[in-house]
Design a protein around this ligand. Structure first.
Ligand SMILES: NC(=O)C1=CN([C@@H]2O[C@H](COP(=O)(O)OP(=O)(O)OC[C@H]3O[C@@H](n4cnc5c(N)ncnc54)[C@H](OP(=O)(O)O)[C@@H]3O)[C@@H](O)[C@H]2O)C=CC1
Ligand SMILES: Cc1cn([C@H]2C[C@H](O)[C@@H](COP(=O)(O)OP(=O)(O)O[C@H]3O[C@@H](C)C(=O)[C@@H](O)[C@H]3O)O2)c(=O)[nH]c1=O
Length: 277
């Protein structure tokens, strides 16, 4: 059995759909903000592997809830890692493109220098380090711009706003790869299997192709949904937010193919499926 944290989230919901071998825990069963809760949950469940799909994902909210975001995204994964090391089971930790500073135009490799611009990214980077330092067999999967039919995401925001308005202003100078939650869930399961049969611990990237701006992604959403809403390209400076987002979120995903045989998905397929559902 694979134990999954973050039951109500986008990725965990897809994990539960994909596999009958997962047990997902919600906040009431394991509160990631409470020291000891993850350790106790793992020891009680005695799983064969753990996937952490739980996180504080409110990027702007993290700027003012620093301690809580850091506890959930930084300390809790470390606690999971230490429990997994003790029980000799693998851990898959999901992380984010927001650990990078967004400079330049080249796709980031897993080993490239990090430099988070905000609290969310910094807290997720702390989680990565804590998992790496825990001594467990692990895979850290950095992904980006996650969307699904459930929960909070950019696609659902665009569908809501696009149905109400004729024109939306959307930033065109932040570039990244939208990624279906279902693809991330499938990748997590593949990585668990790989780690169980000896794949090396490490960090990998997974994002949908082709890379695009948020404005371009919004246009694709309206196109697929048949919504008559225009998109005006704006700059990051035109859309001030509490947290600074990276301009270049391109991820180089080749190591995921090399180690686990997982290819970059075309996000347009996922978008059609999500909007249809
Ligand atoms: N969303 C995105 O665009 C991206 C996400 N990621 C990463 O992917 C992973 C999955 O993200 P996604 O599925 O979108 O996440 P969601 O925001 O959809 O879900 C987050 C989950 O974490 C849970 N959670 C939050 N706080 C706590 C807590 N204190 N105790 C227990 N559970 C808690 C939430 O529970 P509740 O419903 O109770 O709040 C929810 O189940 C995360 O690690 C995230 O950082 C990476 C890149 C992009
Ligand atoms: C709603 C809206 C947003 N925007 C901009 C703001 C921002 O720069 C960009 C994306 O907005 P959001 O706030 O939805 O996205 P954001 O919460 O920043 O998404 C991030 O979430 C975390 C969890 C991650 O890990 C990242 O990979 C990424 O997916 O779009 C517009 O320009 N116009 C709009 O109408």
């Amino acid at each position: 059995m694979i134990l999954v944290f973050g039951k109500t989230g986008q990725v965990a919901r897809e994990l539960a759909t994909l596999s009958g071998d997962v047990t997902c825990l919600d906040r009431a069963q394991a509160d990631l903000s409470v020291p000891g809760a993850c350790d106790a949950a793992i020891r009680a469940a005695r799983p064969d592997a753990v996937i952490n799909a739980g996180a504080f994902t409110d990027v702007d909210g993290a700027e003012t809830q620093v301690a809580l975001a850091t506890r959930i995204n930084g300390a809790a994964p470390g606690e999971m890692g230490r429990a997994c090391a003790d029980l000799d089971i693998p851990l898959v930790q999901i992380s984010t493109d927001y650990v990078f500073d967004g400079s330049g135009h080249a796709p980031r490799l897993p080993e490239d220098p990090t430099g988070p611009l905000g609290v969310y990214g910094a807290s997720k980077l702390e989680g990565e380090t804590a998992v790496s330092d825990s001594g467990c067999r692990h895979a850290i999967l950095r992904t980006s711009w996650v969307f699904s039919a459930h929960g909070e995401n950019f696609v659902k925001t665009m569908l809501r706003l696009g149905a109400e308005r004729e024109l939306l202003r959307v930033v065109a100078d932040q570039i990244g790869g939208p990624t279906p939650a279902s693809v991330i869930a499938a990748a997590c399961l593949t990585m668990v299997q790989g780690l169980r049969v000896g794949a090396p611990s490490g960090i990998h990237h997974l994002s949908g192709r082709p890379d695009i701006s948020w404005a371009g992604f919004a246009r694709a959403v309206f196109d697929v949904a048949g919504l008559d809403c225009k998109v005006e390209d704006i700059t990051t400076a035109d859309w001030p937010t509490p947290a600074v987002r990276p301009a270049n979120s391109r991820l180089d995903c080749t190591s995921l193919m090399a180690v686990f045989g997982i290819a970059r998905p075309d996000w347009r397929d996922g978008l059609r499926a999500v909007i249809k559902s």
